[in-house]
Design a protein around this ligand. Structure first.
Ligand code: FMN
Length: 332
């Protein structure tokens, strides 16, 4: 018997494959199908801070019947009706999903400011979510704040949430920090139980025919996994938080690589959107088969085998590898 079970955020999971936040999670039938295909847990699509703010503005307008002067930033946002779930519907949806399936359900908050929307963390907990993922998607575009001030926003956010809820908190981060070990260590200190590496920043393109900027959502490729593998391998056993990989998990081999680097779980969206929900079953059987073929008995046996756990001088190790890679290229 091969044991695929793993622990993430203190929750026992039957295998290391988790569905990350995506439109697939907006539909209970899809969630049931994912459970049937063997997914270990689900992260729901996010509730955005801006949704909460918009709802409050609209409510305020309805109550006062006065001309509302929206801040310019709010006018950039999709209309409130474009979201499938209003904030309170999102909370109700969690409760419904929890009734419909047995696998752990992780709620997701997506925002940046340390404002009233944090109370939705509490509502998500009350609705029965097993954990909360906080996606801090922030792209500073002005030079008014220092790196330290921006990092403090992240830390304060986690601290405030930790003070308000008791379920485990995972933080989904971008790779753009001066020091990933530095920020992850501080987030763990403030109460993050898990780190989800890494958020993908969607990058717009330029349409030369229309002479306009076009929003561009490209699904990931396995090659994006490498950035995640590097950082999970470096952080494994060095940060006091569980590690989840999101971004570039497409195949059984990608799952195995993630665990070898040190991940507790590997998350998937693009591959499921492309190949459909039944692909989950194939991946889980493939993971079992890989372990059997290589004479391992469990996922836990291989976790971190290819991490940098035993490398004492990781900076020098990374620098040496960089030099070796450049030297390995021969131009005839
Ligand atoms: C259409 C779409 C919608 C997504 N919605 C969310 C979301 O609501 N919240 C979030 O944190 N991530 C969201 N993501 C990001 C995914 O959860 C995941 O982190 C990302 O796609 C990288 O994983 P992958 O390579 O397996 O696709 C979304 C991704 C896609 C493609």
């Amino acid at each position: 018997m091969i044991d695929l079970s793993t622990k993430y955020l203190g929750i026992q999971l039957k295998n290391p494959l988790v569905a990350s936040a995506s439109p697939l999670c907006e539909n209970i039938e899809h969630i049931k199908q994912m459970e049937k295909s063997g997914i270990a847990a689900i992260v729901l699509h996010s509730l955005f801070e801006e949704q909460v703010i918009l709802q409050e503005k609209e409510l305020n307008y309805a109550l006062t019947q006065q001309t509302e002067s929206y801040a310019e930033s709010l006018s950039y946002l999709p209309d409130i009706n474009d979201y499938r779930f209003a904030p309170d519907e999102y909370v109700d949806y969690i409760a419904k999903v929890k009734k419909a399936v047995d696998i752990p359900i992780i709620g997701s908050l997506n925002g940046i400011s340390n404002s009233g929307w944090i109370r939705y963390g509490k509502k998500i907990e009350e609705a029965g979510a097993d954990a909360l993922e906080l996606n801090i998607y922030y792209l500073p575009t002005t030079k008014t704040s220092s790196c330290q001030e921006i990092e403090q926003i992240y830390l304060d956010l986690v601290k405030r949430l930790r003070q308000n809820i008791t379920i485990p908190i995972a933080v989904k981060l971008s790779p753009y920090f001066n020091s990933i070990p530095g920020i992850t260590d501080q987030l763990a200190e403030e109460g993050a139980d898990g780190l989800v590496l890494f958020n993908r920043f969607y990058q717009p393109d330029i349409d030369l025919t229309e002479m306009s900027v076009i929003p561009n959502l490209e699904l990931s490729r396995s090659s994006e996994l490498r950035l995640r593998l590097r950082w999970v391998a470096i952080l494994y056993q060095k940060v006091k938080a569980d590690l989840a990989i999101t971004g570039g998990i497409h195949t059984t081999e990608d799952i195995i690589k993630g665990i070898l680097a040190g991940a507790n779980v590997t998350m998937m969206t693009s591959a499921l959107l492309e190949k459909g929900i039944p692909y989950i079953d194939e991946l889980i059987k493939g993971t079992e088969e890989w372990l059997r073929r290589h004479q391992y008995h469990s996922i836990n046996e291989i976790r971190g085998l290819l991490s940098q756990q035993n490398v004492k001088e990781t900076d020098a190790f990374e620098r040496a590898n960089y030099m070796k890679v450049l030297k390995s290229y021969h131009y005839e």
